[in-house]
Design a protein around this ligand. Structure first.
Ligand code: FAD
Length: 246
């Protein structure tokens, strides 16, 4: 269930969820045995990718390979340090700048990193045919929310800028399972809109219905999906047999 960017002008033509765009490209390639490259999706166009994660990186790389004229990738958070900070020592996961293949290809083709940090979109502007033609961007700063005490990224007044865009790809994360699936199975979801289970368990709120992977833990990694799939299979075996040798 992709996280949407709900700002004025969102209904403009030319704004796609990342996986719809990536899926369309992959399908066109596979259906034609790699004979038909769907260049028309990005060739000669100014592409704006919203989201600085793996999915956004795939959108950057794919747009460049389709011949995009320019590619910008927006990231809400500040640019990570190039090296570990003293508060992030080994063996903790290194919270440092990573440059993935899409960004490397952008640097090779355009001569600069496509990522723009601490920035978001506040409006999409349409042309007379309803196609997106510009995006209004604003800088963000970290500020403590008075009510919750949590740090939030908030707009910085006077930093608005308008850029030309022909294609917008929304890669702003995922919000758990698609609702029609959880509704169909009547399984409870948690505050993060993932299918709810007890900690480290796979049995849902509905007897004999199990869950695993992204719809259980939220957007994650292939290695976690594999592990959760195996653990869920073991839980199913245990529930059927009363024990499991898996
Ligand atoms: C663009 C993108 C790039 C990513 N890059 C990386 C990466 O580089 N490295 C990495 O480790 N992870 C990456 N991930 C994350 C990784 O793909 C997921 O964490 C992983 O695929 C989750 O596996 P899963 O089995 O839980 O769900 P999925 O792989 O999403 O599988 C769910 C399956 O259920 C099917 N389905 C949905 N609804 C129904 C239905 N009603 N009936 C039947 N079938 C249904 C879907 O078609 C799909 O095949 C990326 C994700 C995306 C979207």
């Amino acid at each position: 269930n992709p996280r949407d960017i709900k700002v004025p002008g969102r209904d403009a033509k030319g704004i796609y969820f990342a996986v719809d765009f990536l899926g369309q490209v992959t399908k066109a390639l596979l259906d034609s045995d790699f004979a038909k490259v769907p260049y028309e999706l990005a060739k000669g166009k100014n592409v704006l990718v919203i989201g600085g994660g793996d999915t956004g990186n795939d959108c950057v790389g794919t747009s460049i390979r389709l011949g995009a004229k320019s590619v910008i990738q927006l990231e809400m958070m500040p640019k990570p340090p190039v090296e570990r900070t003293p508060s992030n020592p080994w063996p903790q996961w290194p919270r440092v700048l990573k440059t993935d293949y899409g960004q490397e290809e952008a640097i090779a083709v355009f001569g600069h990193d496509p990522r723009v940090y601490q920035t978001t979109v506040t409006e999409f502007i349409k042309d007379k045919n309803g196609n997106v033609c510009q995006a209004k961007l604003t800088k963000l700063k970290s500020e403590k929310d008075a009510k919750t005490g949590r740090m939030m990224m908030v707009p910085v007044e006077g930093t608005e800028e308008v850029i030309p865009v022909d294609v917008v790809l929304i890669a702003a994360g995922f919000l758990g399972s698609e609702k029609y699936v959880t509704d169909a199975f009547k399984v409870a979801i948690n505050g993060r809109t993932n299918v709810d289970t007890k900690p480290d368990q796979y049995q849902t709120s509905v007897d004999k219905v199990f869950t695993a992977g992204d719809m259980h833990r939220g957007q994650s990694l292939v290695v976690w999906a594999i592990r959760e799939g195996r653990e869920a299979a073991k839980a199913v075996d245990e529930s059927l047999m009363g024990y499991s040798y898996l």
